[in-house]
Design a protein around this ligand. Structure first.
Ligand code: NAP
Ligand code: G4F
Length: 323
């Protein structure tokens, strides 16, 4: 039986990855930071199958203890301050978690279990003000937010530990991926939650920022499979994971409202509060390397994703209404 240690297990990706690894018969450990109220929403159904270890990415000693205790074959570093918008309000904390936190974890692995296969959650936000389109593994980075800058550091320190210490350390450069478990402040979930509330008469409008931004959106359940595949290869390498399609926020809005028989123009209000100091206008990934070398491919397309998220939010509010 293989053993995996996952940071960020309570988040969107952590929950799908834990599900996948449990299905594959892994023993799964998850790093859980202390919160004043329980935060198990995404992993409620898996709680009894996971062994939680208390710790924080900014507390190096807790990571050493976690690796020593779990003795993992594979480590997936999914923890981060992951909300781009918030990274302007908390730039230092974002750097401490999303950048230096990676070094804390790599050091713990190097000292306690250097033969680990290590996965770093890198991001298409590193491409920022894109230098070329589509973006691939060799595209230079130009981050546009404190979050993007922190991810560039996390990416390069992972490459550096691979090259300095011959560690099996890989970075997955993942483009946006979404699901019904997506945090409510991200634009896709904010839209589908808003559509469900408007349809059920619980809200009258949906306030959004830049509707022209373009993203390459996939389904989180498909993307965690790529993470696992990267750690099963003979040699550690970095891979872009994307759909190869890009859509505007407006297109997402349009499909979501149409799915419940409404016209978005009657409900969406543009609010400068949600505009960013520097925007990433266009992301479009080229997943050819992952398709060829990992045999990875997406199963859920853009329209299916939007509809899946709207349906899930509708069901949630209907259930709550029934009490
Ligand atoms: P998410 O839902 O925001 O989950 C983030 C996780 O990190 C949560 O479990 C959170 O714990 C944990 N965390 C935050 N600060 C921590 C700290 N100081 N110590 C330990 N744990 C901490 O993010 P996600 O969408 O699943 O993304 C997973 C990873 O992939 C992140 O690193 C993200 O930056 C990266 N990424 C995401 C996407 C995407 O489109 N989803 C694309 C590219 C890269 P709490 O529950 O306690 O807050
Ligand atoms: O959903 P978002 O907040 O995601 P963003 O900034 O693309 O970041 C996500 O994907 C990255 C991968 O590329 C991850 F690394 C990162 O952790 C995160 O998961 O915003 C998407 C777009 C932006 O252009 C934003 O300006 O939607 C635009 N937008 C328009 N109105 C809005 C809103 N974003 C949010 N969050 N809220 C709005 O009201």
């Amino acid at each position: 039986m293989k053993t995996a240690f996952i940071t960020g297990i309570t988040g969107q990706d952590g929950s799908y990855l834990a599900e996948l690894l449990l299905q594959k018969n892994y023993k799964v450990y998850g790093l859980k930071r202390r919160t004043s109220t329980p935060n198990f929403e995404n992993i409620q159904h898996l709680k009894d199958d996971i062994e939680f270890i208390s710790g924080d990415l900014t507390d190096a000693s807790s990571l050493v203890t976690a690796i020593r205790h779990s003795k993992p074959d594979e480590v997936y570093n999914l923890a981060a301050q992951s909300f781009v918008g918030e990274s302007w309000s908390q730039p230092i904390l974002t750097g401490e978690i999303t950048a230096l936190g990676v070094t804390n974890l790599l050091e713990a692995v190097r000292r306690e279990k250097p033969d680990v296969h290590f996965y770093q959650a890198s991001s298409s936000e590193m491409f920022g003000k894109v230098i070329e389109t589509p973006q691939k593994e060799t595209t230079p980075f130009y981050p546009r937010s404190p979050y993007g800058a922190a991810k560039v550091y996390g990416h390069w320190i992972t490459v550096n530990y691979r090259e300095s210490y011959d560690m099996f350390a890989c970075s997955g450069i993942l483009f946006n991926h979404e699901s019904p478990r997506r945090g409510i402040e991200f634009v896709t979930r904010k839209i589908t939650d808003g559509v469900a509330k408007i349809k059920l008469g619980l809200e009258k409008e949906l306030r959004l920022g830049n509707l022209e931004a373009k993203r390459d959106w996939g389904f989180a359940g498909d993307y965690v499979e790529a993470m696992w595949l990267m750690l099963q290869q003979e040699h550690p390498e970095d891979f872009v994971i994307a759909t190869g399609e890009t859509h505007t926020v407006k297109e997402f809005v349009d499909i979501a409202f149409k799915h419940v028989g409404l016209d978005w123009k009657e409900f969406v209000v543009q609010d400068p509060k949600f505009m960013r100091p520097a925007e990433v206008d266009l992301l479009l990934g080229d997943p050819s390397k992952a398709k060829k070398r990992l045999g990875w491919k997406q199963k859920v397309d853009f329209e299916q994703l939007v509809k899946m998220m709207v349906e899930s939010d509708l069901e949630k509010y209907i259930r709550e209404r029934k009490g």
